[in-house]
Design a protein around this ligand. Structure first.
Ligand code: F6P
Length: 323
């Protein structure tokens, strides 16, 4: 059985819709099981500076529907140094923190692993819109971000149709094309350009546009993943080669904010509760994941060594349906 009395929770790296639902679940589940729960502000940066407060049932009231993170987040340089890690460990001792729940992406897990090597017990919850964490099929924020992108695509489509234009839309995802490929399929894109796949601009973009025009298409959509980039240059090239007026939109941070979808709220709630139950079961240094559709957990180093590749079936489908 566990000896744990006090746990702390923080959010780290880029914010993602649903992080608040996960914080809420950690706090409420912890209190339900009789634990003392602390909230660390501004990620590891706040841990270094003792920016830590006691959480109550009410401190997570009225947040399940809010985007961003009430605990705020940061990317801390100091924490990545040996001196920073030691300072964080001593702060954990000062606040009697027996275990730390970190909600964030791969970068945040590397920090967690370094802390665990100094003796800390750390549980990771996957939170990033990019869905780019190797050990899990799902990350908190991914569904909301995709719905935000899809809403933008539907709006851009109106203008594209009205003016018979081509639109090039650059979407986030860091080095992964998960948001791009799903939104390309759901938004009916003529082409989706992914960081995981080499592309030839004439073959993969210009040809399908000209072909489509010959078959009577009146407007066109090209999705470019952030990991490829260059939406403006791609739009200029399309216009030059096809004479179709082409506009680029880089969606940017709108994808990170907003009210989380039901999927993000429910999965975040499950993951937050799972984190507390892992600790109560005496588990140490685990990353929570959705694997083969089920909630599970991996040892932190194993989780960090896992890789995932883009879903080839989705790539194939997007090409078939782009006809
Ligand atoms: O990880 C989420 C994400 O929005 C990525 O899609 C993007 O590459 C990155 O964060 C942007 O980071 P920052 O907030 O530091 O600009």
């Amino acid at each position: 059985m566990s000896e744990i009395k006090t746990i702390a929770v923080l959010t780290s790296g880029g914010d993602a819709p649903g992080m608040n639902a996960a914080v809420r679940a950690v706090v409420r589940s912890g209190i339900y099981h009789g634990l003392n729960v602390l909230g660390v502000r501004k990620g590891y940066e706040g841990l270094l500076h003792g920016d830590i407060e006691k959480m109550t049932l009410r401190s997570v009231g009225d947040i399940i529907h809010r985007g961003g993170t009430i605990l705020q987040t940061a990317r801390s340089k100091e924490f990545t140094t040996q001196a920073g890690l030691e300072k964080a460990m001593s702060m954990m001792k000062i606040f009697n923190i027996d275990a730390l729940v970190v909600i964030g992406g791969d970068g945040s897990y590397r920090g967690a692993r370094d802390l665990s090597e100094l003796g800390a017990n750390v549980i990771g919850i996957p939170g990033t819109i990019d869905n780019d964490i190797g050990c899990t099929e799902y990350t908190i924020g991914y569904d909301t971000a995709m719905n935000t992108v899809l809403d933008a695509i539907d709006k851009i489509r109106d203008t594209s149709y009205s003016h018979e234009r081509c639109s090039v839309l650059e979407v986030m995802g860091r080095n992964a094309g998960w948001i791009a490929i799903n939104c390309g399929i759901a938004g009916g894109a003529e082409a989706v350009i992914l960081p995981e796949k080499n592309f030839d601009i004439d073959k993969d973009i210009i040809y399908p546009i000209i072909e489509g025009r010959n078959r009577g298409k009146k407007h066109y959509l090209v999705i470019v993943a952030e990991g490829v980039g260059g939406a403006v240059e791609i739009a200029e090239y399309i216009e030059k080669k096809t004479d179709i007026i082409t506009r680029a939109t880089i969606l940017g941070y709108i994808q990170r904010g907003g009210c989380p979808t039901i999927k993000d709220r429910v999965i975040a709630s499950q993951m937050g509760n799972y984190a507390v139950e892992l600790l109560l079961a005496g588990k140490k240094n685990r990353i929570i994941a959705v694997h083969n559709g089920k909630m599970t957990d991996f040892e932190i180093n194993e989780a960090l060594s896992m890789e995932k590749s883009i879903d080839e079936e989705l790539v194939r489908l997007s090409k078939i349906l782009a006809l």
